[in-house]
Ligand binder design. Sequence first.
Ligand SMILES: [Zn+2]
Length: 151
Amino acid sequence: MQCPNCHSTDVVKASVAYEMGTSSGSFGSFGVGTAGGDVGLGIGQSGGRLTSDFAQRLKPPSTFPAEVGCGFFTVFAVFFALAIIFDIPAHNLTAAILTLGPGILAGAWIHRLLKPDQSAARGERIAKYQRLWVCLRCGHADDQDRFAKDN
Ligand SMILES: [Zn+2]
């Protein structure tokens, strides 16, 4: 792997660079600046946190699916409605909550049916991120194919 911009071999996956930047704070010592042109300033200067546009580009897309949140909401809403309507005692409600897992999966499945575009878009973002590499010397970030090119 080699940076297509500055030809440095000091390149890592975006997820790795992000880890380095957020956990150890050593990212600043790489002196990433504006050499990349489209890369922001001030990386890793505030206690090991990535603070620039660059950090935003390295930030992993959320792997927490919106479907799960939707499922949670649906299941809780149904439980509360049932508890109120039928005056269900607390221990029965606890048993009902144990079925939460399947309920969430069902909710996720329904959500996927209703909003297939949203699910696809998230999958695409994650796939793209997994192919993103970054140069620690100039801060250039690009698809792994660009970095693989040996010239
Ligand atoms: Zn570079």
